[in-house]
Every structure is written in structure tokens, then in C-alpha cells.
Design a protein around this ligand. Structure first.
Ligand code: NAD
Length: 440
């Protein structure tokens, strides 16, 4: 536990064991680590796991304030998704054991049925400027000054315009409760996520808007709702193909019917929809993390979309068309292929290489296919044998590791745990000591 004691200035504080200096953020990264080591007495593996290597540590220090380390989330590969006729390998950064396994499994089933068809809208993002004390006749003037607003934004948007993006229009709305006037600027951000670009644009027009409206700007920022910037994916699967997958004794037809019914439940029951959508985001957020994208922004947009008609619903849908099971998903996906940490962090560059250096459009479409695959794997398991069978197998490997198993022992111990259906630490320790006894 953190030991609290009033901190002293830097030099004194560093000599004081067990106290984190108040000026922690001003220290160099090595000093911060030393201070933490004294205060919390990290064990060897805790030190190694957060230290990374000097290059990563330096990178962490320029990326965030008060950095003291890095966290090594596993990076894994989903192999051979068939998306719009092209094979794609997808790197995911995720700590949850079943995510990559599920995508690999369902991706192959969907591939056998012809793969995914995907689409995306233009990458238009929205910045909002909220203005107080605007008289009704002044509100009208904002639209009349659109040419001036565009001219004011021109220098900021010049590089986007040269890439085919840029200004796409504005809307003016008076909010009914606060009576605040909201000006929304629509900007096509091409391959960027656009947060900095939009925030800069929104702040740039502040003075102009205040002089036109004679009101006062309360705040200006983009919205992560991103509802203009959507990507979607669909697949069609002959029902008979489900005869070749694990269905726990259900016929292919009954399995397909149950999947469709499960998707209807996620439309009707919001509590179920939350978990349904969490499963979709398992893949999408992991791809976002692997590529250096802003996971929180993408998640916020997805969940807002799930509740867009006032009720929180499942993001995907499944239906039967004759003998074909079809699945579809569309949601806002503000994925970037440049900007922010994308392409800046070397791990994101490695991920983008594996993905074939996609545009932001393409990355959004890959994300949509991945989300749908993840969801299909979850529904398929849920309406047949349940998800625990698969999950516990992977969980067993982690417990075996915690029990001390290493190398090939991990597979042997976890297999026996699964056979015995005993997943506790004690069970793993027992199996491990028997295993070691028998090999000595
Ligand atoms: P950014 O500031 O790095 O801007 C993108 C840059 O890429 C621009 O300079 C642009 O000129 C350049 N670029 C090169 N090739 C391009 C292409 N093909 N298309 C578009 N631009 C191209 O990044 P950003 O996208 O403006 O902002 C993203 C960052 O902002 C993320 O790190 C995010 O976490 C952070 N952020 C998010 C929020 C939020 O979501 N609410 C708020 C503030 C900041």
C-alpha cells in the first residue's frame, strides 16, 4: 500500500525512503523509478515488467506526464480474415485470453462462407462550439457568416484540403434547456482521428463567433460521437456450414435460429446489449490499442451509437434469408492511420505493417469485420455449449503459470486441469508437483 507522508523538496525527498516526492512529475524518469522503488519495494518481476527497455522508457516519458514505466500488454495475431476478397492478418493488443482465439475461430468459419463485405462513410468529424447569451436574431447571423468562418479555418485545414479533406459545413442549434447556441463544424479529417485538428479549428473561430453573435463562448471541442464516420461489415453463411462447427449437439438450423434469437434479445434487453456490445468491442478496442488509436474515443462513440434512439441496444444484427445466416454490424469508428500515437509508437508501426499499411477507411472496415467476428463467436458459443468451456481452458493456462509452471509444463498442467475441471491455484500446484515428481 502507498505510504503517505508529506513530501520534501526533490533532493531530500529522494533520500527519504518510503515517501513519494510531491514534485514527482518534475523528476527524471529514472529518479521517478527510484522513488517508487523506495516507496513500494517492487519485486524483481514487477520491476522488469514495468521497466521495458531504455528506448520504451524514454518514449513513455515523452508521451505522458509523470511516466515511470510501460506495461507490456500481449500482442497477438488473428490470422487470415477474408475482407472484401483480400486476406488480412490482424494484430490485437489485449490482456483477455479468449479474444484472439475467438476471432481466429469465427474468422475461419466466416471465410468458408465467402468472408466479409465491408463499407465506410467519409471520415467526417464534428467540433462543437457552445455560445451563451445569444439573442435569436443573432443566432440567424451565424449561417450568413459561413464564408468568413470557412476563410478563418482555411490555414488550419489547408493540409487536409490538399489530401481531399477539409471543411464540410456547419449547423446551428439552440439547446432547449440551457438556451445555449451550439455551432457544429463538420470537417473531413481523411486518415487522422482529428481530435487536435478539430479542437484547433473550434478554438480558432471563437473570436469571430463571439463578434457575430455578441454572445460568449462557453467551450469548444470535438464530439467523440463520430456518427457521420461509420464503418460496417456483413457476412452470409450457408446454414449447413454450421454442421461442421462445435454446436454441442444442436442442429445447424437450430444453431442459426438461436443466434438470430440471441441478437433479437440484445435489441430488446439493454442489460444483455451491454455485454453483447462489450464482446464486439473486445476485438475493436484491441485493434485500436495495437495500432496506437484512441481506445476511449472509439468506445465512447460506439456506445453512444448503441443508445442513439433513446434505448441502449445491441450493435449487431443477425437474420435468416432462406438457408443463409446473415450477420451485420455498423457503428462509428474514428480509426486513424496517422496522427496521435498512430505511427509514432513503434509497436503501432509494426501493427500497421502487418495490416498492409491501411488507410483510415480500410482500418475502420477491418475493425468492423473484426467486431462482427468477435460477436459471432460469442453468440455461437453462448447459444450452444456456453462460453465457459473455451474460456476456462485459456484461464487454466494462466493459473498454471501462477502456480509456477513454465515452458511445456504450462500446457501439460492446464490440460490436466481442464480434464479434471479444477481451475483453482491449489489444483494447479498439485498437478505441477506431481508432474515434476514424475519427471524427476
Ligand atoms: P494529430 O494532431 O497528430 O494530427 C494529425 C496530423 O497528421 C496532422 O498534422 C495532419 O496534417 C497529418 N497527416 C498526415 N497525413 C495525413 C492524412 N493522410 N490524413 C490526415 N492527416 C494527415 O492527430 P489528431 O488526429 O488531430 O488527434 C488525435 C490525438 O488527439 C489522439 O492522440 C487523441 O487521443 C488526442 N485527443 C483526443 C481527444 C478526444 O478524443 N476527445 C481530445 C484531445 C486530444
Amino acid at each position: 500500500m502507498k505510504k503517505t507522508k508529506t513530501a520534501e523538496p526533490q533532493s531530500l525527498a529522494l533520500e527519504e525512503a518510503a515517501v513519494l516526492p510531491r514534485n514527482f512529475r518534475r523528476l527524471g524518469i529514472e529518479q521517478r523509478r527510484a522513488a517508487l522503488q523506495r516507496a513500494f519495494d517492487f519485486e524483481g518481476s514487477e520491476n522488469e515488467a514495468t521497466y521495458g527497455n531504455p528506448m520504451l522508457l524514454e518514449l513513455a516519458d515523452v508521451m505522458v506526464e509523470s511516466a515511470f514505466g510501460v506495461v507490456g500488454v500481449p500482442l497477438g495475431l488473428v490470422k487470415g480474415f477474408l475482407i472484401d476478397g483480400e486476406e488480412v492478418d490482424i494484430p490485437l493488443a489485449v490482456e483477455e485470453p479468449s479474444v484472439i482465439a475467438a476471432a481466429n475461430y469465427s474468422g475461419q468459419i466466416i471465410k468458408a462462407g465467402g468472408g466479409f463485405r465491408t463499407w465506410s462513410t467519409e471520415p467526417v468529424m464534428k467540433a462543437q462550439i457552445f455560445i451563451e447569451n445569444v439573442a435569436p436574431e443573432r443566432e440567424e447571423l451565424i449561417r450568413k457568416h459561413e464564408a468568413e468562418i470557412k476563410a478563418e479555418l482555411k490555414p488550419i485545414l489547408a493540409s487536409l484540403e490538399s489530401r481531399g479533406g477539409g471543411y464540410r459545413g456547419l449547423s446551428v442549434t439552440r439547446l432547449s434547456l440551457t438556451q445555449i447556441v451550439r455551432v457544429a463544424l463538420l470537417i473531413d479529417v481523411r486518415d487522422a482521428m482529428g481530435a487536435n485538428i478539430l479542437n484547433t479549428a473550434a478554438e480558432r473561430v471563437r473570436t469571430l463567433l463571439e463578434s457575430v453573435t455578441r454572445g460568449s463562448v462557453l467551450m469548444s471541442i470535438l464530439t467523440n460521437q463520430a456518427e457521420e464516420r461509420r464503418s460496417g461489415a456483413r457476412f452470409s453463411l450457408p446454414v449447413k456450414r454450421l454442421a461442421h462447427v462445435r454446436t454441442n449437439g444442436f442442429s445447424a438450423e437450430e444453431t442459426a435460429r438461436r443466434i438470430v434469437m440471441a441478437s433479437k434479445v440484445a435489441q430488446e434487453d439493454s442489460a444483455r446489449a451491454v455485454t453483447h456490445n462489450k464482446g464486439i468491442m473486445n476485438g475493436i478496442s484491441s485493434l485500436a490499442l495495437a495500432t496506437g488509436n484512441d481506445t476511449r474515443a472509439i468506445e465512447a462513440g460506439a456506445h453512444a451509437w448503441a443508445g442513439r434512439d433513446g434505448k441502449y441496444r445491441g450493435l449487431s444484427n443477425y437474420w435468416l434469408r432462406g438457408e443463409i445466416l446473415e450477420g451485420g454490424l455498423e457503428l462509428p469508428l474514428a480509426f486513424a492511420s496517422v496522427g496521435g500515437a498512430v505511427g509514432y509508437h513503434p509497436a503501432s508501426r509494426a501493427s500497421l505493417k502487418i495490416l498492409g499499411r491501411p488507410t483510415a477507411h480500410r482500418l475502420g472496415r477491418i475493425a468492423a469485420a473484426l467486431g462482427l467476428a468477435q460477436n459471432f463467436a460469442a453468440l455461437l458459443a453462448l447459444v450452444t455449449g456456453g462460453i465457459q468451456q473455451g474460456h476456462m481452458k485459456l484461464h487454466a493456462q494462466r493459473v498454471a503459470y501462477r502456480a509456477g509452471a513454465r515452458g511445456k509444463e504450462i500446457g501439460r498442467v492446464s490440460r490436466e486441469m481442464s480434464e479434471q475441471r479444477s481451475y483453482g491455484l491449489q489444483a494447479a500446484q498439485g498437478i505441477l508437483s506431481r508432474e515434476r515428481g514424475s519427471t524427476e
